[in-house]
Design a protein around this ligand. Structure first.
Ligand code: ANZ
Ligand code: ZN
Length: 877
């Protein structure tokens, strides 16, 4: 049985908070702003333990900030467009809007259940027209700036359901998850954001993100993937009417003499009937056609299969004619969509060369440098490192790779053959989806005027509500005829609406800006209001968003800064339109998992007897199951429902347990058994506060340090040490688990100390303890505070209290521990008063007064005393 009746204490404070919200009216102009943001959830209808963890962290930090005198923004909203709602509609016949609204209601209740204090006046719901109107507005800003455009792109196409599939919807055999049909690769017109215009800024400014985890920054750098090298333009041996040369990008210009063929991607413009020699056109085009099935494509890529085009280029440096191939291992979207094949020094080129019998002899143009004695060229595999250029490298032989790269590029640019070039792996963002439940792209297609943006005053382009959802047949909006057919905003003639909707990542790329001015009806947000709040001070969320969401948000925020949608205070970090200052990526919550020791089968909870939690048994045969902690999943029966856990143990113990069991960014291994410890601690704190509540003398004035008894002095020091450590954890290290253990230590200290509850130092210690635990355990914080508060004003809420500050003086010790050496050998330890620490004569006297000192020093005279480390070490010679 729990030592406190949590549910009744919770009910009491929930009612009080509902009547007068704890932080209401505390915002004033003279306080600094602080923005605590946690990633908003998808409204699936149920909070999971991961949500509970992230929101507990953000709620704790925001309460701490408010008590520390900030105007805090701590909003919440819903990432409410997306596939699950659409699938629910298809499977259960419930409209996505209805499904979403219902789920939001449930999850809001669950958040309240957890004592999470969000500013609901700033709530945003991305599927609400009052929000997506502004998503459309921002899309048009991109469009007008030339950064939103349409182009053909290869998509996964299900030929049975006649719909585009996401990569995740194609199984490993290249079949559709829904229809089972072999997925085709089809070129369709798609909408893109030109994020590549920002490649360099997005890369460079990662250096400004001092308060981001290194791992996340590395992932972003890798995703952007800057690569330096050269572009070479090879002239065709026999130029045709349509093509005269072929451009390649390489990161290894030093291997230019090792080029033995070129390869272009199947989508390369060279691959068409007009450009190919007649006798090869059919075989090439048949080969490419075969790749339309995604399956074949992946197989060919794997096998490094390719086909000869019948064309040759002339190598300007070797003067040799070399063949051009087509192969899917060359990607159309990277570099120039063509590569120079250097089989001796690139693994994929090597494999391609062997798979297609391209040449008889492979040219090795680089070898390991002589310094690496044990390394020699092995002609049975490619040598991919840099080294020294061989005799086959013409004028560059004997040069180091590094120098050869420069020399080759210099010589190449002299004859117009090539130049240095930089490539990024980052591609433009394909944002259009052939889906219903998303923000319509605000574009009209007119037979006369072509692509026409919907004028601002006509926004939002509403999502029509009566659309039949079958999951088949392309964009559902295309079937909403009344909606599709419209008038051209430019010429007023008959026209058609764009039927694609936007990727939900578009919605979430700016929601944190909308929070700063969520009710605005004339703009996405007021520039002044946004500028006062941005950048977000701390952003807490899952590491699974380390790349896309964070990159897209950085892109949006840089673009909107450039557009003047808000401005940045010159000295605000990180600067350059970076949206998030501190990024805290919380770790996953793993569930306790039981397996049969023999069959390794996952066991259901009802198959395991856990009455003795330290010694669980299989009910069937009494054996001990295998126990591990793994990602929660239905198939492992290791999921934990937040609601059940809270009902069982109380909100505060659950919050404490979550924060105490692991540092925020590490995996949290959830098991219920040790929550009892948290409950006991809370009961102990309640006892302490009752002791204070029962004393008749409630004093405020704390005596001067030298007026305190020794015990009081120690308690005072302990209190201030705890204030220092907990403040540091809440404000800089986010080591919330150690903050809690420091609070536990302090309460134990008070509990065992001989200082009386009537002492102002005692009361100060308890008051500090309760104030500091309140952000983590709001209910028990209030309940304990009520007991010790001195007057009605104080009584109203612990959250009206200021966060305690520590005095440097209080931390000082009166004595120091001194190690005494005799002739360089450590012989004894003594305690000396701080003031006498460097006074050798006093130390000598104190030392001689101890039995150990008698033994080692006796009456021997001391020739010399060496005092080191501020008196912590003294050597008597
Ligand atoms: C010749 C060469 C020789 C290459 C050698 C590598 C090693 P990073 O560094 O990632 O940018 N490449 C270029 N465009 C390509 C495309 N569209 N599809 C597939 N591969 C492509 O990679 C650059 C290297 O990737 C380029 O340098 C090219 O191969 C290949 F010893 O050119 B290299
Ligand atoms: Zn028109």
């Amino acid at each position: 049985k729990a030592p406190i009746d949590f549910s009744s204490v919770e009910a009491k404070w929930k009612a009080k908070w509902a009547e007068s919200p704890p932080f209401k009216g505390l915002e004033t102009k003279d306080k600094p702003n602080y923005y605590v943001l946690s990633m908003f959830p998808y409204p699936s209808g149920m909070l999971h333990m991961g949500h509970v963890r992230v929101y507990t962290i953000s709620d704790t930090l925001q309460r701490f900030r408010r008590m520390s005198g900030y105007n805090v923004l701590h909003p919440m909203g819903w990432d409410a467009f997306g596939l699950p709602a659409e699938n629910a509609a298809i499977e259960r016949g419930i409209h996505p809007a209805e499904w979403t609204v219902k789920n939001i209601e449930i999850m809001k209740e669950q958040m309240a259940m957890l004592s999470l204090d969000f500013d609901w006046s700033k709530e945003v719901t991305t599927c609400d027209p009052s929000y997506y109107k502004w998503t459309q507005y921002i899309f048009l800003e991109f469009f007008k700036a030339g950064l939103a455009y349409q182009k053909e792109a290869v998509v996964n196409w299900d030929p049975v359901d006649k719909t585009v599939l996401a990569n995740e919807q194609v199984d490993h055999e290249g079949k559709s998850w829904r229809s089972g049909a072999i997925v085709e690769r089809k070129k369709l017109k798609q909408w893109f954001f030109k994020v590549t215009d920002f490649s360099e800024a997005l890369l460079k400014d990662i250096d400004l993100l001092e308060n981001w985890p290194e791992r996340v920054k590395q992932m972003q750098r890798h995703w952007i993937g800057k690569s330096k090298g050269a572009e070479f333009e090879f002239p065709l041996a026999t130029p045709t009417d349509t093509v005269s040369s072929l451009k390649v990008f390489t990161s290894r210009p030093d291997t230019i003499f090792g080029v033995q063929y070129l390869v272009v991607a199947p989508e390369h413009p060279l691959v068409n009937k007009a450009s190919l020699p007649q006798e090869h056109a059919k075989s090439v085009l048949d080969f490419v056609k075969g790749l339309e099935k995604k399956q074949n494509m992946e197989e060919a890529e794997e096998s490094k299969k390719g086909v000869f085009t019948g064309l040759y280029v002339n190598h300007p440096l070797t003067k040799e004619n070399i063949p051009i191939y087509v192969a899917p291992y060359v990607l159309a979207e990277y570099g120039t969509g063509a590569v120079m094949g250097v089989p001796a020094h690139d693994k994929r080129d090597w494999e391609f060369c062997h798979a297609n019998n391209v040449v008889d002899e492979i040219k090795f143009v680089v070898e390991p440098s002589i310094k690496e004695v044990d390394k020699k060229l092995d002609y049975s595999e490619p040598f991919t490192a840099q080294g020294i250029l061989t005799d086959l490298s013409g004028p560059y032989k004997g040069m180091k790779s590094k120098d050869a790269m420069k020399a080759v590029m210099r010589d190449a640019s002299k004859i117009g053959f090539g130049h240095g070039a930089t490539q990024y792996r980052l591609k433009d963002w394909l944002l259009s989806r052939q889906r219903y439940w998303g923000a319509p792209i605000p574009i009209v297609h007119c037979p006369e005027c072509n692509v026409v943006p919907v004028p601002q005053e006509q926004l939002p382009v509403p999502l029509p509500l009566d659309v039949s959802l079958t999951g088949k047949g392309g964009s559902p909006l295309a079937r909403a005829e009344e909606w599709v057919n419209c008038k051209c905003p430019k010429c007023n003639g008959p026209a058609k609406r764009e039927t694609d909707t936007m990727d939900t990542f578009v919605d979430s790329s700016w929601y944190f800006m909308r929070y700063t001015d969520a009710q605005n009806t004339s703009l996405p947000f007021d520039p002044e209001k946004a500028s006062a709040r941005l950048p977000v001070d701390i952003y807490i969320g899952g590491v699974e968003h380390a790349i896309l969401h964070l990159l897209y948000s950085r892109f949006f925020s840089k673009f909107l800064l450039k557009q003047g949608a808000y401005h940045a205070e010159p000295n605000t970090k990180p600067g350059n339109g970076e949206p998030f200052n501190i990024l805290l990526t919380q770790g996953m919550v793993h569930g306790q998992t039981f397996k049969d020791p023999v069959t390794q089968r996952f066991l259901k909870p009802e198959e395991v007897d856990t009455t003795d939690p330290k010694n669980p048994k299989l009910i069937a045969n009494g054996e001990t199951p295998l126990i591990s902690f793994e990602k929660m999943s239905k198939s492992k029966y290791n999921g934990v429902d937040p609601q059940t856990v809270v009902e069982q143990h109380g909100i505060d113990p659950v919050r404490l347990h979550i924060l105490y069991k692991a540092p925020p960014s590490e995996v949290l291994e959830w098991e219920d058994t040790s929550i009892v410890g948290m409950q006991r601690w809370l009961a102990k704190v309640l006892k302490l506060t009752e002791t204070v509540g029962n004393t008749t003398t409630k004093t405020t004035s704390i005596p001067a340090l030298d007026k305190m008894s020794n015990e009081e002095r120690d308690m005072y020091r302990e209190t201030h040490m705890t204030i220092k450590q907990v403040t540091e954890a809440m404000s800089t290290t986010y080591s919330l688990n150690t903050a809690i253990s420091d609070l536990i230590k302090l309460s134990n200290y008070i509990h065992t100390s001989s200082v009386q509850a009537s002492s102002p130092v005692y009361q100060h210690a308890v008051r500090s303890l309760v104030t500091m635990m309140a952000p983590v355990t709001p209910t028990l914080g209030e309940e304990s505070w009520e007991t010790i508060s001195r007057n009605d004003e104080e009584k109203s809420s612990v959250f009206t209290q200021s966060w305690p500050t520590f005095e440097e003086k209080a931390l000082e010790k009166d004595t120091i521990d001194c190690v005494i050496q005799v002739n360089g050998k450590t012989r004894l330890n003594i305690t000396v008063p701080v003031g006498t620490a460097s006074d050798a004569t006093t130390i000598e006297k104190l030392a001689r007064d101890t039995p150990q000192g008698q033994k080692w020093l006796g009456d021997k005279p001391i020739r010399r005393a060496i005092v080191a480390k501020n008196g912590q070490l003294v050597n008597f010679v």
